[in-house]
Design a binder for this molecule. Structure first.
Ligand code: 4AD
Ligand code: MG
Length: 460
């Protein structure tokens, strides 16, 4: 079938006007006035829909078409009429219509507006709504913009493993991968030497450790893949399965890292502002007023930068009533992160040089021996979007940190070995892809930017 998508019709309507074309999609609404019917078709290719005019005199199956329920899929061949004075810029005057798939009368998406909670219960269909169509199209455009960004800058895209034996973040939040039978009563304490990998194995929480290895051969790399965390947090910004973008650069320090992170976020925002105009306009109007303004500020304005120590001073002085106490050494909570980006800086802000005790073992120790060369990028509406650091490239310091963190060097032999053969200064970060989509769409819950979210107690 030579199908023209509705996105193509919007893009090329001038050339397609008065021509015979075939379009296909799902019925959003269908109305009949005696001998004429109107069906609004959406095919997911863009925000806009296509109005199809059904004339009883042209269509032998007119009654069957107009009896279709919302949700039915139709293929329509007809003449595209430009209607510059009407609400929609064009309509398709049907010459023939085939019903590709009828829809049952209990189609769940009947109302104009359903709650997001209800829509989560129909995950197989929610992509057909304006909200989720917009979210998933923006997700795709953002992924494309990320790949282009790195490609243009000479980064190689590497694929790091999903199954791993080491805990990158050292936080013990890993899902186990095993072929052992959990109901085997004879083995209450599992013997992992008889397991598939002959040792305990897990789903990765981050591709960073392998990313560092690849950067120590290819120079500048990035990963873009799924990561898994068994955090039992019921927040709006944590998922058990989420996607992360992790660049890693040899011969780079924390300042290089920060500049790369800022350039990446701003370039993705820039791309989406032009590529997803209609979707963003809808979200700005219906979901998150001020979204477009926030994105334009992000695209135009340099991000702020303060040290952790300065951040703590500001939080102590600000007079806001926080739920969690603020003191030098505390981990920043979402309420603190949001205050810093939304109220203090009013734009994305990098906080750098955190106390070593609240950061992962691989971060490079600063000369004060109290802080590490860490950076978090905090953005309005979300809090932490990016976590990164310069890495500890010095073997003795790294071993000391691992010991302090209670990690067994034997679980990290290759990672440590990398420090013995031409170790270099290097830095990288992890950008949570879903958090970026939340930032780009103004959608408040991570469950609504993942096509099929996996969170505590839910893996539909
Ligand atoms: O700050 P995190 O834990 O950093 C790392 O994993 C480093 N290894 C990255 C690196 O330096 N290569 O996670 C990075 C980002 C966070 O800033 C957040 O955006 C996102 O990943 N993230 C989550 N997103 C959704 N659900 C979760 N449970 C997340 N945990 C982290
Ligand atoms: Mg972090």
């Amino acid at each position: 079938m030579q199908r023209v998508t509705i996105a193509e019709i919007y893009r090329n309507s001038a050339e397609l006007g008065e021509k015979t074309i075939t379009a296909a999609g799902w019925v959003r609404t269908i109305r009949t006035f005696s001998a004429v019917g109107f069906a609004e078709l959406n095919d997911g290719s863009c925000f806009g829909s296509l109005q199809v005019v059904l004339d009883e005199n042209n269509l032998p199956n007119f009654d069957a078409i107009t009896a279709c329920h919302v949700g039915a899929s139709l293929c329509v061949t007809g003449i595209l009429k430009l209607t510059p004075d009407a609400r929609q810029p064009f309509e398709l005057q049907a010459q023939s219509v085939s019903i590709e798939g009828a829809s049952a009368s209990d189609y769940p998406l009947q109302k104009k507006r359903h709650s997001v909670e209800f829509l989560r219960s129909v995950g197989h269909l929610r992509g057909r709504t304006n909200l989720f169509g917009a979210a998933f199209r923006i997700r795709s455009e953002a992924a494309f913009a990320i790949h282009s960004f790195f490609h243009e800058r000479g980064f190689y895209y590497v694929h790091t493993p999903i199954i791993t034996v080491s805990d990158c973040e050292g936080a013990g939040e890993m899902f186990r991968v095993t072929t052992l039978n959990p109901t085997d009563k004879n083995a209450p304490c599992p013997d992992f030497s008889s397991d598939f990998f002959e040792k305990p194995a897990f789903l990765t929480v981050s591709g960073q450790l392998e990313g560092e290895m690849m950067a120590q051969s290819l120079g500048k790399i990035y990963t873009f893949g799924p990561t898994f965390r068994a955090e039992r947090s019921y927040t709006q910004r944590h998922a058990a399965e989420f996607w992360m973008i992790e660049p890693e650069m040899a011969f780079a320090d924390l300042t290089d890292d920060r500049h790369l992170a800022e350039a990446l976020v701003r370039s993705v925002v820039r791309h989406c502002l032009t590529a997803c105009e209609a979707d963003l306009a809808f979200l700005d109007q219906r979901v998150s007023p001020g979204l477009l303004e926030r994105l334009m500020v992000c695209e135009r304005t340099e991000f702020a930068h303060i040290s952790y120590t300065e951040a703590i001073e500001s939080l102590k002085k600000c007079g806001a009533a926080f739920q969690y106490p603020v003191f030098w050494g505390c981990d920043l909570q979402t309420e603190h992160e949001r205050y810093l980006s939304e109220t203090l800086c009013r734009r994305p802000v990098f906080v750098t040089d955190y106390p070593k005790e609240i950061k992962a073992f691989y971060m490079r120790l600063n000369d004060d021996e109290k802080t590490v060369a860490a950076m978090d990028c905090l953005v309005p509406g979300i809090g932490e979007l990016i976590g990164g650091s310069q890495r500890e490239e010095r073997l003795p310091q790294l071993l000391r940190r691992m010991e302090e963190c209670g990690l067994n060097p034997e679980d990290y032999t290759r990672y440590l070995d990398l420090r013995r053969y031409g170790s270099t200064r290097h830095a990288g970060f992890g950008l949570g892809f879903e958090r970026l989509i939340m930032y780009l769409t103004g959608i408040a819950n991570i469950r609504d930017v993942l096509p099929f979210p996996r969170t505590t107690g839910s893996a539909e």
